[in-house]
Design a protein around this ligand. Sequence first.
Ligand code: N01
Length: 488
Amino acid sequence: MTGPAREKLAVLIVGAGFSGLAMAIRCRQAGIGPLQVIEKGDGIGGTWHDNTYPGAACDIPSHLYSLSFAPKPDWTRMYAPQPEILAYLRETAERYGLMPLIRLGTTFTGATWDEARALWRVETDRGPIEARAIVSGMGGLHHPAYPDIPGRDAFAGPAFHTATWDHAVDLAGKRVGIIGTGASAIQVVPELAKVAAHLTLFQRTPPWIMPRHDHAIPARSRARYRRLPLVRRLERARLFWLHEVRALLGFTKVSKLTAQAEGLARRHLAKAVRDEALRAKLTPPYRLGCKRVLISDDFYPALQRANVSLETDGIARITATGITTETGHSHALDVIVYATGFDVTASFARMDLVGRDGLRLTEAWADGMGAYQGITVAGFPNYFMLLGPNTGLGHNSVVSMIEIQVQHVLDCLKALKTGDRSIEVRPEAQGRFLDRIRRRLADSIWQVGGCRSWYLDANGRNTSLWPDSVMAYRRSARRARMADYRRG
Ligand code: N01
């Protein structure tokens, strides 16, 4: 291997999505280097590079779903569409001079801690790299999950996942089947309904859906945000607190307010869907908040188009020509779209990380994933995760979580910069943190809300979400408490 791969890096950042880019910017500003970002995709942007399905957009307002230190005053819509978010990330990477640091098409396959040299020996599909520290910006939503349905490979027509959209397939005039009713599905269904000859949506569990109220941001507001940064900052703060309040109002626990929010969502459904039988099929049989609460104004109307049908019988098998339900009904299809989400556990566990004394991350996590502040794991010095276990959010912008984590990691990297060879969380600090999280999760909406979601692992434990407000996470994680770390 030639070039930078031979160089011993101060920091290797894995992933050029929101978190990896934020980390790289902050490292550069703090004078931490040499630095490199590797990215498995052929472009930067992470989730916003991968998810290009029709209708892909953010369900958190744009002014909140962006980096506080890299503002964009001219977002065109309340909820930015995917191309605009991707363009924002590209512009940000350019503006902060990150492009020369990023190696695209390079997949991180594993790393081994070299105790004697106090560095990570990293394996990639493009050769080895050595780095004092690794920051994972991989997140948990990048391994598409396909359902284990008999005959899945038998289908003769095109079949693809929302996260790996095949734009070469023209869906106009086709009979399309789409499996899943999560955040991705409800965005893509209205778009496909406009072009498909017939669209059949296979629903296993109906989602709770709130009104979205998306709208264009008027040119005069954009001009004002550009001219008066304080006004833009106030708008961001308003949006932050509007969402933050949800954490207290029943998005984490079942409360009286859960019932009120359910009332609001039921009225949204009743207003949009007059047909009682259809409404019954679309009414969730679990508490609001147990799965991600979705927002949409066009999903229910799309389902009532003449060329769209909702199938709620379970799928028995996939055949060469379509999908057969458990009640024996066969749907003839030309194309199948899997809107079936991501394999979160695999995203974290698949990488072959070997820490101190040969400890593998998969062994450390044999009983489930867990990390101190969602960022560091005992036995894995100088290894940091952004959007690691228990730091996802259901109620507010994950970009806020990323920024808190970046600050925490920066504290640790500064310790390495000023002479420490290694920094590793103390097992007792990690244990205390995880106990605190588990206590809080025990009666959370995700555990007791009567649903099964991707938030829960194989043991039924929530290892995905932060069970409190963003402000609580900020208090907990923003500064790295050096007493909780062992420095070598
Ligand atoms: O995936 P999901 P997603 N037979 O796991 C169904 C983020 N995101 O890609 O509910 C039939 O939510 C499954 O059914 P059930 C966001 O964090 C953000 O939509 O398990 N159906 C479910 O309906 C989100 O939470 C944005 O019964 C099967 C669906 O597939 C995360 O990504 C936009 C099945 C999977 O839903 C994932 O969302 C999009 C089977 N065998 C996504 N197996 C923003 O706007 C699975 N399903 C920011």
